[in-house]
Design a protein around this ligand. Sequence first.
Ligand code: ATP
Ligand code: MG
Length: 434
Amino acid sequence: MALHILTDDITEEFAFGGGAGGAKSWTGCSWLAMMCIAYPGTRWFIGREELKRLRESTYQTFLKVAKEYGIKQGEVWKYNGQDHYIQFANGSRIDLLDLKYLPSDPFYERYGSIEYTGGWIEEAGEINHGAYDTLKSRVGRHLNDKYGILGKIFTTLNPKKNWCHTEFWKPYKAGTLPANRRFLPSLVTDNPFVDKGYISKLQSLTDKIKKERLLYGNFDYDDDDNALIARSAIDDLFTNTFVDKGKSYITADVARFGKDNTVIMLWSGWRVESIHTLQKRSTAEVAQFIKHLSTKHGVPRSNIIIDEDGVGGGVVDLLPGCQGFVNNSSPLPNPDSDKDENYKNLKTQCYYMLAAAINAGRMFVNADGNLEVQETLSGELEQVKRLNADADGKLEIVPKEKVKELLGRSPDYSDTLMMRMFFELKKPQEWLHF
Ligand SMILES: Nc1ncnc2c1ncn2[C@@H]1O[C@H](COP(=O)(O)OP(=O)(O)OP(=O)(O)O)[C@@H](O)[C@H]1O
Ligand SMILES: [Mg+2]
């Protein structure tokens, strides 16, 4: 099927991959060898992060393919070990390209003027997006019209959360790939030629994440061991409609004026009943909004919490009786836990508790069909990760600055969700109600 796609008249960008041992390399080598022979004088490339690995691994597969199909070395083709290309007697040629990212050549200008018929990027999970972008514009430029063949770029890969995920896997799953772009899963179980030992080796992997990626070709498995919240639990958050209603709360993360978003969540028990995003509002306007929301939904002032760092402090002052959340304040004794855990600060403690609640499926977020909010919150929750314990053995999470760098914005939604845990730590004593 992959070879079929590689020779059709529609697909210009084709990603083939997923698991290990699904004949990705074999397919790439077969395709190029056959194209070189069928179309004399054409020019192709195989690119990989490191030329050394290209020679030690991909080129070795090429040798096997040539042998298997009787494409005689020395007679039909030979390898130029000095300039790293495979020269065919009929004038066709395959360049082996080193696609390592070089700070001195961030846009891969070293390949910016070569004209190729088509090409293949091997192990694209290791490749910088700039290389893909440049090479994409270099194919379809050498004898394509003469032979009537489409300029194609073939990408082989194992699951990785880089550009391959956003450009191929996600739209593939959502069914939104454009007509000229395709993804085809490749699993070891599809390959009848693989050694039996290969499959059992993958099955016996003890590293859960590796196994998900390499045996099942799962791109959505979070490849970060340090993530505190399971990806599936994050997805469930938006469909856990069965979660009971309860006491009402409001949590709010206030933006610096003109920057980020002010996010306000209205809670009933462990249900987020509504999410409000305010842009460019003064502290007075934010306070007014919260006041209105609390009156409308009967939220006692003491059940409102607002981050007190920075601008939020101004809102806290305008709503006397509400709680202020100070990220870096000391952790609080947890009335529901006898575990003696040592958190770096209150925020870390609340994030750990939030992770536990989400992982247990105890929380529901009503995103009200707003997919953008849902994606944003999900992305932020994925970034909640433990940091290696410091010298004192205190539990830490990846700091906000790092998360900001990764997301390109502040994790406002997850922070607002996290503050809800404060009320589990500061449970009022059970007063008598007459
Ligand atoms: N058509 C074929 N005929 C004979 N052997 C094949 C064929 N296709 C694949 N194989 C064999 O199957 C095995 C796996 O193939 P290949 O190395 O291409 O997989 P891969 O997906 O690139 O794996 P990896 O993830 O390890 O890079 C190899 O031993 C290869 O020789
Ligand atoms: Mg391979």
